[in-house]
Design a protein around this ligand. Sequence first.
Ligand code: PMP
Ligand code: GLN
Length: 371
Amino acid sequence: PSELVKDIKPTVWTEFSTLAAQNQACNLGVGYADSPSPKILVEALKNLPNDSLNHQYTRGFGHAQLVTILAKMYGELYGVKINALDDVMVTIGAYLALYYSILGWVNKGDEVLIMDPAYDCYQPQVKMAGGTPIIIPMNIPKNAKSSSEFYIDFDELESKITNKTKMLILNNPNNPTGKLWSRNELEKLAKIVKKHNLLVIADEVYEFHVYEKEEMIRFASLPEMWQRTISIGSAGKAFSATGWKLGWVIGPKNLLAPLKQLHQNCIHVCATPLQKAVADAFEKDWPNFYSNPQQSFLATGLSGELKKKRDSLAKSLEAANFKPILPQAGYFMLADFSEHLANFEKGKSGEKKMHGILSFRDGFVKRRNWL
Ligand code: PMP
Ligand code: GLN
């Protein structure tokens, strides 16, 4: 094996999916939707005419219709003018968008700030690029009831910045905590980012999964942040159809240029029919997003459906003596299970783990066998 892969360990998903299959257990961690994907998306795919435009290679950096609607949507969401052909690129899921962004910008020895708990692929991807992940812990008071109680110490974050610090990865809403970053917190981050001239990757794949009418503030919408932010989205998450694996990066032309260099030699073109169907679905939904949100899947459809599941899972957990930390957004829920610790075997390291990750995107009472 190459030097690059030699230290890469199996991910939590590989380990847990195998364990769940071996033990016939219900795997709530992976976030596998059990409800049918939205009609607006599935119908769009079903209705694609069988012609070469829809089933052969399309534009390498993204199907023209898809980048056009993405530029319109995010232009309105960020309050900036987005050029569809320069400032948007389509990728295979948000995973590849993250990998391109990191590989395209991180040099050997560069430091990358990651707020932890973090999505698990950030650290390995930074290491694969030769960079060093610098971990900023997210804190939470004992007996916290809401993900809004997670916080970081901004002085601590700033104290970890050196002349090697290149980038900050922000996951908002955060997986796995469900934390939705407040305007006040984001403005503090923006100030630090500007002061130290950092590049930001804003992984905002759960941007349409926000409950309780709280405001989703996209980092690129903050003053002067557009020019230093690569924002990442996912159709799999936006339409709750994770198998589609279609993502995108949005940012100024100069920030996307290195990502495009990678893309043209790795993937060249993403799946045409999926891009066309996602574009059709966005085109149909977007006109209602602001003016008629009750008719918009992105504005209220998905969050309405998931909120019921979130509340029902929290109730069941409480009844079983877990203490759920109610997520403000996203698919996942953390729960304190210290009450049950006495019944758990100690892990190999002897360390007791205080939290488990549960996903309420899954119908949690059903057992599935997809492996
Ligand atoms: N970022 C976060 C925070 C995620 O939770 C996920 C999916 N689990 C991804 C990126 C990757 O998304 P995709 O399936 O579109 O590659
Ligand atoms: N838990 C991830 C999610 O949010 C899935 C990760 C994976 O499949 N690698 O969907």
